[in-house]
Design a protein around this ligand. Structure first.
Ligand code: GCU
Length: 698
């Protein structure tokens, strides 16, 4: 079936509960003086959305340009239909004199991607400087209508907070997706680029509707065939993908293999300072830009988890990144260079090395060394997308370097789209985290939007959670994470709850009962997931490799630098400066002291920063061991409640969506018990401390 395929672009009919009164406007027409593909996409989206929401297809008027039918200097004349009844005027100021009249002088502040919406004299006007601004405006109007806004009084001005709003696909050419939990790739099949253009276009629509403006289409681990994407072998097909995304304002990037000059080009080296290597990359850039004139650039995972990189040649990351940056510079391309660089062959006996320190230790000394078209992509935390980690101390620490924060929408460590885990509250906490990079008004969101250090480039990147499943994300409610990521990248001030409500209203329609239940479940879900999994910021108690399910010692004696050090007396990692790895000292201002101090360190991160006895008393008043027991019993119980909360919606959401989610809630409830009993039993056996409430522990 196609259950959930339309996601938040479902355009349910507007019903009384949405408006409670007759709409004063019933849009009968859509008009524009723009003739380019992007405004056409805006018009067809509006036509579809309005048609479905008001059960009445609007007429479409695209004005003629000049007599010759070319893009002339003359302003188009409004069609006679304009002014009859009510309608929507959409497009760029340059091509629509009426829009200039309606908006007057305020338009300067919109920038390249912003838009204004205003209802006046029977028309709702959507104006922008660029076609993509108009497209964003169209999606915004549709969102307002779908969430129950009265169109008669609209007065909106929006522009994105961040310049780069990127999606990273971890798709492989064999059709698999690294850490993908929603079926195979929509881009590739059987070692070929193989896609349904309509499906790609629908993905582009979903992304553009939330404001995403860039996409890397292959896994950061670029394997043998994907390493050739930068060559004529694949560029024609990739250009077809770029053509689809371009209409929706989305630039295409490729993940590259740093050793491609050897593996693809047949050169003896990939040394970034080698003249032949530089030439090889310049030639690839020329080929790429010949095929894709607005190509976005390269995403690079180098010297990371066994991927090749500049270290092999005794070069640093600035030398590696800058060599690629030079190849792309003249074409306007970017190098997005990931900071996920750490020793993944650590000896677990080695207590000096701390993986959490690695990104900061590697990159901080390089501040100021990167070209202007290089952006560092920094994971939100110092480890790897655990349910709870502190914020990466590298964010904000580099003053003369462009940076984007990287989130993981795909739920690798947060239930793999079988458990409900709405991640927007986690991301909000990261974005609002005060870094003290420049006084005390330097939260992460202001670092990455470029304002703290006055950087021209910055923003967000995230690993996508979609696949070829009909509903895109496997768990129907995991769509909220995809939606929420885009919305936050556009406007990090939106609350997690407001985003959840927008998403629910657009996805399920205007029922208050459904909206309240779904928003409530989403908002509780992260805390529930954290409760029954790894406690107090310690992380990594999962099965190795696939990372699903509890295994307390799964990574304890492994090479990945991921330890909790539980013994009979206590648990946690001493990352203090005084007695531990010194990681706490990487933070700026009061943060360093807060994490260093056992008394000040927030409970939820206690075991990330400190090794404490089981009897250590938390700020909550409970001991660590009792906290572990209580939260695990509580988390498993609340997971069962989730099933009941969802079951209350039977008959109110589409049956196939209902069933798909219900099956997952059952699995989550079973699995949460497994987590509860494994974790509780492990710590009971280690510590010998009984549960105060004498509940079943094995
Ligand atoms: C995690 C994940 C890998 C991924 C890596 C990365 O370690 O498990 O599959 O390749 O992150 O971000 O590069």
């Amino acid at each position: 079936g196609q259950a959930g395929y339309r996601a938040w672009l479902a355009y349910h009919p507007r019903v009384d509960s949405a408006t409670s009164k007759e709409d004063s406007l019933r849009y009968g027409w859509i008009a524009s003086g723009d003739r380019d593909d992007t405004v056409r996409a805006a018009i067809s989206e509006l036509a579809e959305g309005i048609g479905a929401m008001y059960s009445e297809l609007p007429e479409i008027h695209v004005f003629p340009t000049d007599a010759a039918g070319e893009n002339g200097a003359r302003d188009p004349e409004p069609d006679t239909a304009i002014g009859v009844g009510t309608g929507i005027l959409v497009g760029t100021f340059a091509a629509n004199e009426r829009l200039r009249d309606i908006f007057g002088v305020e338009v300067a502040e919109l920038g390249r991607e912003g838009f204004a919406i205003r209802t006046r004299e029977g028309a709702t006007a959507i104006g922008a400087h660029t076609p993509v601004g108009a497209l964003y405006g169209a999606f915004h109007l549709l969102r307002l209508l779908a969430t129950g806004a009265d169109p008669s009084g609209l007065e909106v001005i929006e522009r994105p907070a961040n310049k780069l709003r990127m999606m990273n696909q971890w798709d492989n050419i064999d059709g698999s997706i690294e850490r993908g939990y929603a079926g195979p790739s929509i881009f590739y099949k059987n070692d070929a680029i193989d896609f349904d253009p309509a499906r790609i276009r629908d993905y582009a629509r979903l992304l553009a509707s939330t404001g995403i403006n860039a996409i890397s289409i292959n896994n950061v681990n670029a394997h043998r065939l994907e390493s050739r994407f930068v060559t004529e072998d694949y560029l024609p097909r990739i250009a077809e993908l770029a053509d689809i995304f371009r209409v929706y304002g989305i630039r295409l990037l490729l993940s590259i293999n740093f050793a491609a000059p050897i593996e693809v080009g047949g050169l003896p080296t990939a040394d970034p300072l080698d003249a032949d290597v530089k030439r090889w990359w310049r030639d690839r850039a020329a080929d790429i830009y010949a095929a894709i004139p607005d190509f976005g650039g390269f995403l690079v995972k180098a010297d990371s988890e066994n991927r090749p990189g500049p270290f092999t040649y005794g070069r640093g990351h600035a030398e590696g990144a800058n060599m690629l940056a030079e190849a792309l510079e003249e074409h306007g391309g970017l190098v997005v260079w990931r900071c996920f660089v750490y020793n993944c062959k650590q000896d677990w006996r080695d207590r000096k090395t701390d993986r959490a320190r690695a990104a900061y230790d590697h990159f901080l000394p390089l501040d100021g060394a990167f070209h202007d078209n290089v952006v560092l992509q920094i994971k939100n935390g110092p480890m790897d997308f655990q349910v709870r980690e502190p914020v990466s101390p590298l964010l904000g620490a580099m003053e003369r370097t462009n940076q984007v924060v990287e989130f993981q929408i795909t739920q690798e460590y947060t239930g793999q789209q079988r458990h409900l885990c709405y991640l927007v509250p986690q991301w909000k906490a990261v974005l609002d985290f005060e870094t003290y990079a420049k006084g005390n008004a330097s939260p992460v969101k202001r670092v990455v939007d470029g304002s703290v250090h006055d950087r021209a480039l910055g923003g967000f990147a995230a690993v996508s959670n979609i696949g070829a499943d009909a509903n895109w994300t496997g768990h129907p409610l995991a769509q909220a994470n995809l939606y929420g990521y885009g919305r936050l990248a556009w406007n990090p001030e939106l609350s997690a709850e407001a985003i959840a409500e927008e998403w629910a209203l657009q996805t399920f329609g205007a029922s208050r009962q459904v909206t309240d239940a779904v928003v409530g479940m989403l908002m509780d879900s992260l805390d529930i997931y954290e409760s029954y999994t790894a406690p107090l910021g310690v992380g990594w108690m999962v099965n190795p490799n696939h990372h699903y399910g509890p295994n307390v010692d799964g990574y304890e004696y492994d090479k990945w630098g991921t330890y909790h050090f539980a013994d009979r007396d206590g648990v946690g990692v001493d990352r203090t400066v005084l007695t531990g790895t010194g990681y706490a000292g990487q933070y700026m201002g009061p943060n360093a002291g807060m994490y260093e101090s056992l008394a000040e360190c927030p409970d939820e991160l206690l075991l990330f920063f400190h090794h404490v006895p089981y009897g250590h008393r938390l700020k909550s008043g409970r001991t660590v061991i009792q906290h572990i027991y209580d939260t695990h019993f509580d988390g498993a119980r609340r997971t069962e409640e989730l099933t009941r909360r969802w079951a209350s919606l039977e008959g109110l959401v589409a049956a196939d969506v209902y069933d798909a989610a219900l099956a997952r809630f059952h699995e989550q409830a079973e699995h949460a018990k497994e987590w509860r009993d494994r974790i509780n039993t492990y710590f009971y056996r280690k510590s010998g401390v009984p549960d105060e409430q004498k509940r079943a522990i094995y």
